[in-house]
Design a protein around this ligand. Structure first.
Ligand code: ADP
Ligand code: ASP
Ligand code: MG
Length: 407
């Protein structure tokens, strides 16, 4: 007998028939004698609908009230799934995040899980119940409902698996595993039998939304056995997220390609080339809680230089406003922004031991006439910022150039 945490995403619980389908799968695991905790997302589209509703009332909604609102989506599905299980004769009990007591910090709309009380869940499991938990939500010390950021049900699933020391955490979604890139963009993309935590962490943080980044962090930290599978197929081993030493020696150089349309570019032109400039530019941006990704500063030839960085598209106007406020003080000539960029990244632990990866990437883009605006690298990834309209083309040609297609 194993203890398994299964998480089902929005498309997997999109309507009553799919919810019944999930219940049938859970029932099969129960019939094999396993204990099962199920985490569910809101029905697909619901979270977006709720956010849009809030914005109709208040364009920039108060974060506490937004969390009260959007957390209702998951409350609907836990009850429906519990009913579907009961209808199959399976004992089930639903819990909201607060009822479990998934304690988080107070950062509304992007809270972090601090602690999980597992006593209630354990008791119900031992009494023969399937425990159905609302994903994406928690409660802070003061009792306020919080949410974990978009895609946060993945993190609920993995955090519960860690707290319960589950044998496996299974993430059921609308694809049958983690692919070399988003199969919606590249139909020839190939499912990976396994991918290392390190690579998955990079893929998630560089824009592959198949797993929320924090869920991968949790799984790595607490050594949770994590697998991504399809909720629409009966069989299939999905993709196992592994530690590197479990992998064979035949690691391909590049495991996958990630992309992100959410970034925008800020350029401060003609800044004096002297100590303290980077701090004077990025200090006020950090003080405003704006995350910065790629940063580039040119070498000055004539005493002044240009300073460019990227932020989330939603925060471009705020960042520009802040910098225009300090522009005179810094002595910069101009501050400009562009939101028509996208970031494309290649990821692979094999990069550590191979040369020529960057040049193949740059040559491939050059052959398509795609201009690279910014470059950023780490040990296992290379990212480029390009014009957004070339993003899909770039992903496709890189996928081919690195021979990632289905054989
Ligand atoms: P869920 O609602 O189940 O959480 P998501 O929409 O959050 O599902 O994540 C699954 C989607 O992630 C897939 O439909 C796919 O389009 C997208 N995706 C992006 N990158 C990848 C990748 N490398 N492998 C698989 N799916 C990916
Ligand atoms: N329902 C939430 C969202 O749409 C959480 C999730 O699906 O993981 O972001
Ligand atoms: Mg998701």
């Amino acid at each position: 007998m194993a203890l398994i945490v299964q998480k089902y995403g929005g498309t997997s619980v999109a309507n009553p028939e799919r919810i019944r389908n999930v219940a049938r799968r859970v029932a099969r695991f129960r019939a094999l004698g396993h204990q099962v905790v199920v985490v569910v997302s809101a029905m697909s589209g619901e979270t977006n609908k709720l956010i849009a509703l809030a914005k109709e009332i208040m364009p920039d909604p108060d974060p506490r009230e937004l969390d009260v609102l959007v957390s209702t989506g998951e409350q609907v599905t836990i009850a429906l799934l519990s009913l579907a299980l009961m209808d199959l004769g399976v004992k089930a009990k639903s819990y909201t995040g607060a009822q479990v007591r998934i304690l988080t910090d107070a950062a509304h709309t992007k809270a972090r899980i601090l602690q999980i009380d597992e006593d209630n869940i354990r008791r119900d499991l031992n009494a023969g119940n399937v425990v159905v938990v609302a994903g994406f939500q928690g409660v802070d010390e003061a009792g306020n409902i919080t949410t974990l950021g978009r895609g946060g049900s993945d993190t609920t699933g993995v955090a519960l698996a860690a707290a319960l020391k589950a044998d496996e955490c299974q993430i059921y979604t609308d694809v049958d595993g983690v692919y070399t890139t988003d199969p919606r963009i590249v139909p020839e993309a190939r499912r990976l039998k396994s991918i290392t935590f390190e690579e998955m962490l990079e893929m998630a943080s560089l824009g592959s939304k198949v797993l929320q980044i924090r869920s991968v962090e949790f799984a790595g930290k607490y050594k949770v056995k994590l697998r991504v599978l399809s909720s629409f197929e009966e069989e299939g081993e999905g993709t196992l997220i592994t530690f590197e030493d479990e992998n064979n020696m035949e690691q391909p150089v590049i495991s996958g390609i990630a992309f992100n349309r959410d970034e925008a570019k800020v350029t401060v032109l003609g800044v004096p080339d002297r100590p303290g400039i980077a701090y004077q530019i990025l200090g006020p941006i950090a003080d405003a809680n704006i995350d910065v990704d790629i940063i580039i500063q040119n070498v000055a030839a004539d005493g002044t230089t240009d300073f460019t960085f990227t932020v989330h598209k939603n925060e471009l106007q705020k960042a520009l406003g802040i910098l225009k406020g300090v522009q005179a003080h810094i002595g910069a000539r101009e501050v400009v922004g562009a939101d028509n960029i996208a970031k494309v990244s290649i990821v692979g632990v094999g990069m550590r031991s191979h040369v020529g990866i960057a040049s193949l990437m740059f040559r491939t883009l050059a052959e398509e006439g795609i201009n690279i605006q910014m470059i950023s690298t780490s040990e296992i990834k290379i990212s480029v910022a390009i014009e957004e309209k070339y993003m899909e083309l770039a992903v496709r040609v890189l996928h081919k150039a690195f021979e990632l297609e289905d054989a």
